[in-house]
Design a protein around this ligand. Structure first.
Ligand SMILES: Cc1ncc(COP(=O)(O)O)c(C=O)c1O
Length: 407
């Protein structure tokens, strides 16, 4: 499948990744460069659809499609029955939420607890629910280091908490939240526990069961290096026993003479129609990552991210904004004089892909500490290396930032 099997061989990773020849891609938290095997797998399935018909190609690939579920389960320390194949992390998280609120409608007496660094697309539907049901949305404060304060969470937890959502690795601050510690506190509590693992799966080992999540959402295109339009939803056994997704379609349930019967597995969270080509591509990405070894990937991403942080901090006027005692591979910084959007434009113009983190993606996090001398919430530059990046590429970024910020 690839030139990488046991040890992490960076040259091999790069040879497997055609994009490495064209760009310095430090935007893996946005959407990574896929290895060729991913694109080849997608294209091969599209070709079969062209040759023999979409349903026929689907039938032919049925075992391989089910194998994607098994690969995803293995990746997340789960059983294949706990995995739904969906279109994005947002689709996964939303279907979990829909099931939670359909199974027990919220009312004015209910509380919803979320992390301060929660992603906007998780907070927006909860704001809607707060408005329409009267349930209260509360943010769990961070510790001084910027990670979720588990003790504060424990103090906030009471019988009226109906759901909890924590973002494992926020997209904008380099933190790794201790989602397993929250899971321990929720083990005997009836609140449903949603974990946003969108930025962590693929860059760190993630065991959904060990975390104690009821619902865990994953995207394909970021650190997993899968195709766009893919995602995974993990659903715990307790959630399978207690949650009914809404709405169901004919793939997630069977219409019977007397009503309907839900699929016994997490398949009930899926819809029938989707791109099976990209699902197969996601399977190839997961198998590729597993062949590399997630621990080895995590170690390399961590070391490249630290190199970037150290080098950036040494450039005059640059402030590295990452916090947390445990750091992810997401590096964010701002400059005292050059606005982040101008900096991103200059870095991109030099052939290095980085992205802009804007306050609207995580309003609470951006307003909880300043990114500028006057502490106003400002956009940040985000740098997110992957295992296929080189030290020389990180150094190239540092050189470009140094030049772009020199007065
Ligand atoms: C922390 C976090 N959660 C959720 C999402 C949404 O993922 P998707 O775009 O795959 O729905 C993102 C995307 O950047 C993210 O960073």
């Amino acid at each position: 499948m690839s030139s990488v099997d046991r040890a992490l061989d960076v040259d091999g990773l790069r040879a497997d990744t055609p994009g490495c020849e064209r760009v310095v891609h430090l935007n893996n938290a946005g959407s990574a460069l896929p290895p060729a095997v991913v694109t080849d797998t997608v294209v091969a399935h599209l070709r079969r659809e062209e040759e023999i018909g979409g349903y026929e190609a689907h039938a032919e690939a049925a075992d391989r499609i089910e194998a994607v579920r098994a690969s995803a389960a293995d990746l997340l320390g789960a059983h294949a029955d706990s995995i739904a194949l969906v279109e994005s992390a947002t689709a996964a998280w939303m279907r979990g939420l829909q099931a939670v609120v359909h199974s027990r409608p919220l009312g004015p007496g209910d509380r919803m607890l979320v992390s301060t660094a929660e992603y906007a697309s998780n907070v927006l539907p909860l704001l809607q629910l707060a408005r329409t049901t009267g349930a209260r949305l509360e943010f769990v404060p961070d510790r001084a280091d910027g990670s979720l304060d588990v003790d504060a969470f424990a103090a906030m937890l009471a019988d009226d908490v109906a759901l909890v959502s924590v973002t494992h690795c926020p997209s904008q601050n380099g933190v790794v939240n201790d989602v397993a510690a929250v899971g321990v506190l929720l083990a005997d509590h009836p609140a449903w526990y949603l974990v946003d693992a969108c930025q962590s799966v693929g860059q760190l080992p993630v065991d959904a069961h060990a975390i104690g999540a009821d619902v865990l959402s994953v995207t394909g295109r970021k650190f997993l290096r899968g195709p766009r339009g893919t995602g995974l939803l993990y659903v715990s056994q307790a959630a399978l026993d207690g949650l009914e997704p809404f709405p169901l379609d004919l793939h997630g349930a069977t219409w019977t003479e007397n009503g309907y019967v839900m699929a016994p597995t997490a398949r009930r969270f899926e819809f029938w129609e989707k791109s099976y080509a990209v699902i197969l591509g996601l399977g190839a990405a997961i198998d590729y990552a597993q062949a590399c070894g997630i621990e080895a990937i995590a170690a390399r991403i961590g070391s490249l991210a630290e190199r970037a942080r150290t080098g950036l901090a040494a450039i005059g006027g640059v402030r590295v904004l990452d916090r947390g005692a445990v750091r992810s591979g997401i590096v964010t910084f701002a400059h005292d004089d050059v606005e982040a959007d101008a900096l991103v434009a200059a870095i991109r113009a030099a052939g290095v892909n980085v992205s802009l983190s804007t306050p609207d993606y995580a309003v609470r996090d951006f307003t909880s500490y300043g990114t500028s001398a006057d502490d106003a919430p400002r956009s940040r530059v985000r740098v997110s290396p992957h295992a296929y990046n080189t030290e020389a590429e990180v150094d190239r970024l540092l050189e470009v930032v140094d030049t772009a910020t020199r007065a």
